[in-house]
Design a protein around this ligand. Structure first.
Ligand SMILES: Nc1ncnc2c1ncn2[C@@H]1O[C@H](COP(=O)(O)OP(=O)(O)OP(=O)(O)O)[C@@H](O)[C@H]1O
Length: 591
C-alpha cells in the first residue's frame, strides 16, 4: 500500500496543478468543461478497469453510468435523499449490475462479448422511457444546498470531481500492483495460459466488472448532480459508452494516465464543438470521437500514453529485441545426429501421475486413443510422435483444457478428470505452451509473479516464490527487463519460471526447446535436468530428438493418437515402429 501511495506522486502534482489552474477560471462554462474532463477521465478509468486490463471490450458501460445517474435523481425527487448518500449507493448499484451482467455475458469472448454488452444500455434506455422518464431534473433546493451537493460556485464541483478521480486512481494503482491486476492482465494476454497458471479467470473477471461498475455508477451519480437534467438518452445512450471507450483508447488502455490524457484532449474539443455547432450539427461529439479513433488506429494504435512511453524507453537505448515468434514453435524435427548415451538414473518408486485408458475424439478423428502410462516422482518423460499424433491433445487432457471422452487422470491416486485448469494447477499440474504467450508489457519478474499467486498467501510470499523461481532458471539478472525485449531462450526460461512459480509437482512442457539453437537448447536442457534433480516430475513434448535423448528417462511414442512404444531412450530410438512412424530411415542410418 505504501508503494501504491508513493506511485501517486505524479498524480498529486497533476491534481494540484489542475486545481490551481481551475481557480483562475471564472467563466462558468469553462469551469463546467474542466469538471467534465475529470468526470470522463474517471469514467474512462472505469472502462479501463474491465476492458483495459482484461481485454474484454465493453460497448455497454453506459448501463452502470445511467443506473447511477437515475438512482441519484429519483432518490432525491421521490425520497429527498441526498446525493452524498446516493453516491456510494450508486456505486453499489453499479457493482451489482456489473455482477448481473457479467455472469451471463462472460460466457462470450471477443466480438461476441463486445456486441452483447451493447444490448444492456439499450434495454435500460427503453425501460426508463417506458417507465415515463423522458427527462428528469434534480430539484433545486434553496436551503441546505451543500446537503444536496448544490453549489453556486462551479469550482467546487471541479474539486469534488478531482477527489473522485483521485480515489479511482488510487484504486486502479492498487489493483495494478496486486494479484488482482496481474490476473486481469494475464487474462488479457491469454486466457487459457492464465487458467493454466492457476488463475480462476471467471472469478477475477467478475471482480473486475463489479469494481468497474461501481466506479461508473458513482460517476453517473455525480454527473447527474452536475448536469441537473438527465434523459435516458443522455445517460444510457451509445455516445456515453463510446465516450468512456474513446477517452481510454485514445489516451492508452491499461494505464492510469491513458483515460486522463484522453479526456484532457477530447472532452474540451467535443464540448466546444457541441456548444458552437451542436444546434445545426447535432451529435458533433460523435464525429470527434470517430475521428479520434481513426487517427489513433493510424498513428498510435495503443494510445498516446504508450506511444510516448515507448518513445522514451527507446531513447534510453532499451530497444526491443525480436519478440518470440510463432514460427519458432513450428520447428521441424532436427537433423539427426548420433545421440549421446545418457546414464540411467535411479528413480523413485512413487507414482505421481497415472493415466488410464484416456481417449479424445474430434468428430470422427480419434486424436488420443486408449492411452495409458505412469510417471514416477522425479522422472523426465518424453512424449514424441509425428505432427498430428495427439501430443498436445494429450497435454490438454492432462491439464484440464479438454475433457476426455473416457479414461482417468490420477494425480497421487486422485482422479482429476473434469477439473478446470486452474484447479489442476492448484492440485500440482503446471504447464508451458508450444506457442509462447508472454505478458509483453510486464517485466520478467511480474510475468513470473503471476504464476506465484497460485499458492502465495501474501504479496511477500509471492515475491519470495518469484525470486526462487527466477533463480532456478538463472534469470535473476534480467528480472526487471520487459518481457517484450528479451531473447527467445530467455522467454522459454521465463515461461518455465512462471510455471515453476505455481509450485507444481508435475510440470508439462510443450516444446520448450522449439526455435532454439543447439547451445541455447543445451542451457535449457540443463535447467530442466536440474529441476528433475530437485524432485520435480517432468513430462515434455519435444521434436528435438538429439536433446531429448540426453534428457529423458523414458519415451512415450504416439502415432495417430495411439501409444505405439514406451521405454528407455536407447531402446525406443532403435525400435522399428518408431523409426517408421517418426524418425525415418535417415535416423536409423545415424543411430
Ligand atoms: N480442437 C480440435 N478440433 C478438431 N481437431 C483437433 C482439435 N485439436 C486437435 N485436433 C486434431 O487432432 C489431431 C492431434 O492434434 P495434436 O495437436 O494433439 O497433435 P500433435 O501431436 O500435438 O501435433 P504437432 O506436433 O503438430 O503439434 C490432429 O489431427 C489435429 O488436427
Amino acid at each position: 500500500m505504501l508503494e501504491t501511495l508513493r506511485s501517486l506522486r505524479p498524480f498529486l502534482f497533476f491534481a494540484v496543478g489542475y486545481l490551481v489552474l481551475a481557480m483562475f477560471v471564472t467563466n462558468s462554462y469553462y469551469q463546467l468543461i474542466m469538471t467534465l474532463v475529470l468526470v470522463w477521465a474517471t469514467f474512462g478509468l472505469s472502462w479501463n478497469m474491465l476492458s483495459g486490463y482484461t481485454g474484454l471490450v465493453s460497448f455497454g458501460h453506459a448501463s452502470f453510468f445511467g443506473l447511477g445517474a437515475f438512482a441519484t435523481v429519483l432518490a432525491q425527487v421521490h425520497l429527498g435523499i441526498s446525493p452524498w448518500i446516493m453516491l456510494p449507493v450508486a456505486a453499489g448499484i453499479g457493482a451489482l449490475a456489473g455482477l448481473l451482467i457479467g455472469l451471463p455475458t462472460f460466457r462470450l469472448r471477443g466480438h461476441y462479448f463486445a456486441l452483447s454488452m451493447l444490448a444492456y444500455p439499450l434495454t435500460l434506455l427503453y425501460i426508463f422511457q417506458w417507465l415515463g422518464y423522458p427527462e428528469i431534473s434534480v430539484p433545486r433546493v434553496e436551503e441546505g444546498s451543500a446537503f444536496y451537493m448544490q453549489f453556486d460556485e462551479g469550482r467546487v464541483y471541479t474539486v469534488l470531481a478531482m477527489i473522485l478521480l483521485g480515489i479511482v486512481v488510487l484504486v486502479t494503482r492498487h489493483v495494478e500492483r496486486t494479484r488482482f491486476g496481474m490476473s486481469l492482465i494475464a487474462i488479457k494476454q491469454n486466457e487459457s495460459a492464465a487458467e493454466a497458471a492457476g488463475i480462476n479467470t471467471l472469478a477475477w473477471k467478475l471482480r473486475s466488472i463489479a469494481v468497474s461498475g461501481a466506479i461508473a455508477g458513482a460517476v453517473g451519480s455525480f454527473y447527474a448532480v452536475l448536469i441537473l437534467v438527465i434523459t435516458p438518452m443522455s445517460v444510457f445512450g451509445m455516445l456515453v459508452s463510446a465516450q468512456a471507450l474513446t477517452v481510454a483508447m485514445f489516451g492508452g488502455v491499461a494505464s492510469v494516465w491513458g483515460p486522463i490524457i484522453g479526456a484532457a484532449f477530447l472532452i474540451p474539443v467535443a464540448e466546444t464543438l457541441h456548444a458552437e455547432l451542436g444546434s445545426f450539427l447535432p451529435g458533433i461529439q460523435g464525429v470527434v470521437y470517430g475521428l479520434a479513433i481513426i487517427g489513433l488506429i493510424i498513428l498510435a494504435p495503443e494510445g498516446i500514453y504508450w506511444k510516448i512511453r515507448d518513445h522514451v524507453v527507446k531513447r534510453k537505448g532499451r530497444t526491443a529485441a525480436p519478440a518470440p515468434t510463432e514460427e519458432a514453435a513450428a520447428a521441424e524435427p532436427s537433423a539427426p545426429t548420433t545421440p549421446a548415451e545418457r546414464p540411467e538414473r535411479e528413480l523413485s518408486e512413487e507414482i505421481v501421475l497415472e493415466v488410464q485408458s484416456i481417449s479424445k475424439s474430434f468428430g470422427g478423428l480419434k486424436a488420443v486413443q486408449n492411452v495409458s502410462f505412469q510417471v514416477n516422482k522425479g522422472m523426465i518423460l518424453g512424449i514424441i510422435g509425428p505432427n498430428g499424433a495427439g501430443k498436445t491433445t494429450l497435454f490438454n487432457l492432462l491439464n484440464g483444457f479438454q475433457t476426455p471422452d473416457g479414461g482417468h487422470v490420477l494425480v497421487h491416486g486422485e482422479d482429476l478428470v473434469r477439473r478446470k485448469p486452474h484447479q489442476l494447477c492448484r492440485a500440482g499440474v503446471g504447464r508451458t505452451f508450444q506457442i509462447m504467450r508472454p505478458f509483453k508489457r510486464m517485466s520478467v519478474h511480474d510475468n513470473v509473479k503471476v504464476g506465484a499467486y497460485v499458492h502465495a498467501a501474501s504479496e511477500e510470499d509471492a515475491e519470495r516464490i518469484t525470486r526462487e523461481a527466477l533463480e532456478l532458471v538463472n534469470l535473476q539478472g534480467i528480472s526487471q527487463d520487459m518481457a517484450g525485449s528479451i531473447t527467445t531462450k530467455d522467454l522459454r526460461l521465463m515461461e518455465l519460471a512462471r510455471a515453476l512459480a505455481g509450485q507444481p509437482e508435475i510440470l508439462l512442457l510443450d516444446e520448450t526447446l522449439a526455435g532454439l539453437g543447439s547451445e541455447e537448447a543445451q542451457d535449457v536442457v540443463n535447467v530442466i535436468r536440474k529441476l528433475a534433480e530437485t524432485g520435480k516430475t517432468i513430462v515434455i513434448i519435444e521434436h528435438t530428438m538429439q536433446a531429448m535423448v540426453q534428457l529423458v528417462d523414458r519415451f512415450l511414442v504416439l502415432d495417430h493418437g495411439e501409444l505405439i512404444v514406451e521405454g528407455p531412450p536407447q531402446e525406443v530410438i532403435h525400435n522399428d515402429k518408431v523409426i517408421e512412424a517418426y524418425l525415418g530411415k535417415k535416423w536409423s542410418a545415424h543411430a
